[in-house]
Design a protein around this ligand. Sequence first.
Ligand code: MTE
Length: 327
Amino acid sequence: MLIKVKKPCEISENLITPQENYENRRKILKAIGILGIGSVFGIDMLEGLDAKSVKINKNTYPYQTDSNYFQSPLTPYEKATTYNNFYEFGMQKEDPYHRANVLQTNPWSVVIDGEVHSPIKISLEDILKKMQLQERIYHFRCVEAWSMNIPWLGFELGDLLKLVKPKGNAKFVLFETAVQNTMPAIKNPSLGGYIKFPYKEGLRLDEANHKLTILAVGMYGKTLPNQNGAPLRLIVPWKYGFKNIKSIIRITLVEKIPVSTWTSLDSSEYGFYANVNPNVAHPRWSQASERFIGDGFGFNKIPTEMFNGYGEEVGRLYAGMDLRKNY
Ligand code: MTE
């Protein structure tokens, strides 16, 4: 299986695209006139290839920065948006940055169904009208032992799930990414390592309802760039990066534990829980430390914290569980 060769979160330092090129391309595409997600956010403006990302207007969508969740230093925006994993656009770190412009994000709607009393199909605009946006700076830890600090803009997933009134037998939540024919790995499966799309991920319902679990619509005060999972992605800060599914179109409440994409590719390497745990090594490398991606070209090696540093808030979710077995 390709997965043994290609890891989900590989990163190499020579993938930075100079800011100059980035800005030039943005100007060119703006001139060509590609309409970005900005119109959904009340900002009718044309945006460029790299991000289609626009500043979120605080008058239209007022939000506060939640000081309970603060990490420093921030990972520079240029790094967080050019080192990405989004296999629908290719397997190399820089592929999503170069190719995700073909992702169509407007209009966008999400189906929320399954074991619920009131299933819905809701547009992104309506979600934004109903949900309270907040900014939170979370530490993001990839299973491949690198990390970033990212200021996300989003809302608590639990608030969205309340809209559909989960039934008593709903125990897990399954998420699905959009599949669009223009995605390079849909047109040519070899580009995505023959991964079977749609990309899927899952959480236990109590994890989904935990206040730390958010659906992000932005980062660094702007809408999400396509390569980071526009227009709506999951962020579960105490879990490895691959749980943080991008460009979500379906959320289904289910009774039985769902099989997620990486777990189905190799369950011995990528478990359902995927809680950050420095004491449980990946079969092929240690998880005791990580390389923090900050300013500059070097990596800063730091110790990895249990539950990515969020143990006080989430440790009780796993009371009595053997985390070596439930990795
Ligand atoms: N979601 C989809 N749909 N497809 C993917 O390939 N990759 C995952 C996750 N979500 C992935 C995805 C992995 S392996 C990681 S580490 C994170 O997204 C990376 O998020 P980032 O690119 O914003 O850093």
